[in-house]
Design a protein around this ligand. Structure first.
Ligand code: PRP
Ligand code: MG
Length: 176
């Protein structure tokens, strides 16, 4: 993506070797949030692209926890609802849950049952797509809620892990 606003984001991504485990190159987006002009530029680009490519979007769904950094700003910009997908046990009342596999073992995530209506058009936002397990779980949740997923949007997609292959919806990403 040659948008200067994305270049500015790229310039601020902090690369950390061997975190959280040996052999992993961690891409830290938090420095972007310390620069309001760059952070705002990123929110604007995400919002413009979703507006152009996901017509009729009604809900921005953000994934716990780093999807919460970007989803609400985009939802405000577009004037639509924001709904969180949370890791298990954090949401009150009736919830819908799905399990997903981690490198070792399983985890689960959930939404509040009444937070999305059947047929609503949603766009899912997270900071990063790696194996795709987290995003796939969110898609499964949306299907359980009978929502219509228009796209999965991430700032960073680690292409070499082929996370996209797990997903049957369009993936919009900006950096790798
Ligand atoms: C990270 C990242 C994505 C997910 C991507 O979240 O924020 O959500 O991993 O990995 P995957 O594509 O292999 O599923 P993490 O679970 O570390 O938690 P956090 O967002 O709460 O920091
Ligand atoms: Mg995450």
């Amino acid at each position: 993506r040659d948008d200067p606003r994305i270049q500015a984001v790229k310039n601020l991504v902090e690369l950390v070797e061997d975190f959280p485990k040996p052999g992993i190159l961690f891409k830290n987006l938090f420095p972007v949030l310390r620069n309001p002009a760059v952070f705002n530029g990123l929110i604007q680009v995400l919002s413009e692209d979703i507006k152009a490519r996901c017509s009729g979007v009604e809900v921005i769904v953000g994934l716990d926890s780093r999807g919460f950094l970007f989803g609400p700003g985009v939802a405000l910009q577009l004037g639509v609802a924001f709904v969180p997908v949370r890791k298990k046990g954090k949401l009150p009342g009736e919830t819908i849950s799905v399990e997903y596999s981690l490198e070792y073992g399983k985890d689960s995530c959930e939404i509040q049952k009444n937070s999305i209506r059947p047929g609503q058009k949603v766009v899912i936002i997270d900071d990063l797509l790696a194996t795709g397990g987290t995003m796939k779980a969110a898609c499964d949740l949306m299907e359980a809620a009978k929502a219509e997923v228009l796209a999965c949007v991430v700032v960073i997609e680690l292409n070499e892990l082929n996370g996209k292959d797990k997903l049957k919806y369009p993936v919009i990403s900006y950096l790798s």
